[in-house]
Design a protein around this ligand. Structure first.
Ligand SMILES: C[S@@+](CC[C@H](N)C(=O)[O-])C[C@H]1O[C@@H](n2cnc3c(N)ncnc32)[C@H](O)[C@@H]1O
Length: 299
């Protein structure tokens, strides 16, 4: 065991991460990671180790259990993933290609709720693995992605860099801006003058905060979404907001979109279908399917 600070507590402390590489020839890739960390001033220190044995599933499980530090893996294809509870997770945006290409208001409930066009500017204030951001950006809109966890922000930045090298993805990648920040601090930093200025107006703030692990399914019927491996992993790192934090998040998001240029700003909140309303606040309109619900608050 090491005595580096525990980093799962959202205190803003420097995150000491173990990075396992599979061979010595990955130096260039490690340097690219270090440059991203420096360029975006991510509070991450990489503790690099070359794996001397094959990282089988059993070995991954052991590593996760033995380490107090988050673990990153750079595989033989230079793909970066986060080892959480023995599971390797990464944004894997290429796997969403078909969904992104065919995304429209018919196929994506999220796009029915946000009602954006290619002129819109959206803030995805809880970016996570960035999957919803991709759907939002598929419309041609500009998407500012906020992610409070430095480790997640690093995974997103690495994925954006990787996907930007693929010609089919370049335009979409150029519409994403990834920022490692807490949404509340970021909203507070946006000056009223800046965002009422036409070019900077925010049309939609999208919120998909964590919710308790047991709120994905209806208690009585057992219906609802199963928790996927990406969400399972996120539960190791981030916690659901308190009621007070929910109120602050919703109110400051509403304040941001109320300055939208056309006066048509909206805050859209994603919830599991049976979860309570964010901050107990009744929505102006809701959209749902068998797994999720989007609650809209119109400015
Ligand atoms: C449920 S996940 C979002 C999943 C995301 N919609 C996706 O498509 O992958 C919530 C994410 O928001 C982040 N988060 C929660 N509260 C935040 C805040 N106040 N500011 C910025 N990020 C936040 C968490 O760290 C976590 O990564």
């Amino acid at each position: 065991m090491t005595d580096v600070p525990q980093t799962y507590d959202e205190t803003g402390a420097v995150v000491h991460c173990k990075l396992f590489c599979v061979n010595d020839s990955q130096q260039a890739q490690v340097e690219r990671l270090q440059s991203l960390i420096a360029e975006h001033t991510l509070p991450i220190i990489l503790d690099i180790e070359v794996a001397t044995e094959r990282l089988t599933q059993k070995r991954r499980q052991q590593l996760s259990q033995a380490s107090t530090q988050p673990i990153l893996l750079l595989d033989d294809k230079d793909k970066l993933s986060w080892l959480s509870d023995g599971l390797s997770v990464a944004p894997e945006w290429d796997k969403l290609q078909r969904r992104v290409v065919s995304a429209g208001r018919k196929s994506e409930l999220l796009l029915q709720a946000v009602k954006i066009t290619s002129d819109s500017h959206v803030i995805d204030a809880t970016a996570g693995f960035g999957h919803d951001s991709l759907i939002l950006a598929s419309t041609g809109a500009q998407v500012t992605m906020l992610e409070q966890q430095p480790l997640m922000a690093l995974l997103l930045l690495v994925e954006q860099q990787r996907m930007s090298a693929l010609p089919n993805w370049q335009k979409l990648m150029s519409r994403l801006q990834i920022i490692n920040a807490d949404a509340l601090s970021y909203f507070a930093s946006l000056k009223a003058d800046d965002i009422s200025n036409d070019g900077n107006a925010v049309d939609v703030v999208y919120l998909d905060p964590m919710f308790p692990e047991d709120s994905y399914q209806d208690n009585k019927t057992g219906k609802g979404a199963k928790v996927g491996k990406h969400m399972q992993a996120l539960h190791q790192l981030a916690h659901p907001p308190t009621l007070d934090e929910e109120r602050q998040l919703l109110n400051s998001a509403k304040a941001i979109v109320s300055r939208s240029a056309q006066g048509q700003g909206r805050v859209i909140v994603k919830r599991p279908q049976f979860a309570p309303l964010l901050a107990d606040e009744p929505a102006s309109e809701s959209w749902h399917n068998e797994a999720v619900r989007f609650d809209g608050y119109f400015a």
